[in-house]
Design a protein around this ligand. Structure first.
Ligand code: 5RP
Length: 238
């Protein structure tokens, strides 16, 4: 039973990803997201390139993991240094609210994802319908904040006492018995909420204003197209 459920969720992720790849046209510079849903999109782009149905694509990966995947598929790759202007970026999300504001970064790639997706004309977010929430923070799963390693416990304490996230629980993300380290050599603090964040714009500003914070997983006013796959089919919201 568990295997069947897992299979069907993967199938939904794949459906959303394949629909998103329809936005990719030959000659485009494409942001390649991170995570299990985005991986289906990267695979699909690799497949279409191999079949000659897409040509002259340049991919800008959002993590070392995605870089390795795309490289193994033969997708030509660049960074924002040489390709600062992208036509489309495709990536998954952890939570999507009714305004298409999203939480990202449970996979730890939030900083590079935000940089690449901000540089893109169109950000296509791909999810299965289990990611839909009525308010950000409402899934009871983590809202990540990337922080520098220096005095990280001090930053964690200050983070959880910010007025806009007051009452949250803050935990340093671990990798076994050591702190999890991002591709950028930073740590992650995961914030957990009992109820959805009341004012996500205020939370975003207060978190970013804190010295020691690099970025957070609130992606507000960034999604242009959201593709949601569910039992009744694939929905495209713009
Ligand atoms: C990684 C991310 C992922 O896009 C997000 O966690 C969704 O992952 P998945 O598609 O595996 O559920 O933000 O930093």
């Amino acid at each position: 039973m568990a295997a069947t459920t897992q299979l069907s969720q993967d199938e939904l992720k794949k459906q959303a990803a394949w629909k998103a790849v329809e936005y990719v046209k030959s000659g485009m510079v494409v942001g390649l997201g991170t995570g299990s849903t985005a991986a289906f999109a990267v695979d699909r782009i690799g497949q279409l390139l191999k079949e000659g149905k897409l040509k002259d694509i340049i991919g800008v990966p959002t993590s070392i993991r995605t870089y390795e995947q795309a490289k193994s598929l033969g997708i030509p790759l660049a960074t924002l240094d040489s390709q600062p202007k992208l036509q489309v970026a495709i990536d998954g999300a952890d939570e999507v609210d009714p305004n298409l504001d999203v939480v990202k970064g449970r996979g730890g790639a939030l900083l590079r994802e935000k940089m690449v997706e901000m540089a893109s004309d169109i950000f296509v977010c791909i999810v299965d319908d289990s990611k839909m929430v009525t308010g950000l923070g409402g899934s009871k799963l983590a809202m990540p904040v990337e922080i520098v390693q220096f005095c990280h416990l001090y930053t964690l304490e200050r983070l959880k006492n910010l007025p806009a996230v007051k009452g949250c629980t803050a935990k340093l993300r671990m990798d076994g018995d050591k702190p999890y380290v991002t591709d950028n050599h930073n740590f992650i603090v995961d914030l957990y909420f009992e109820t959805p964040i009341q004012d996500s714009q205020a939370a975003s500003k207060q978190i970013l204003d804190l010295e020691g914070v690099v970025d957070h997983g609130l992606f507000l006013d960034m999604v242009d197209v959201c593709i949601i796959a569910g039992a009744n089919g694939v929905e495209v919201k713009e």
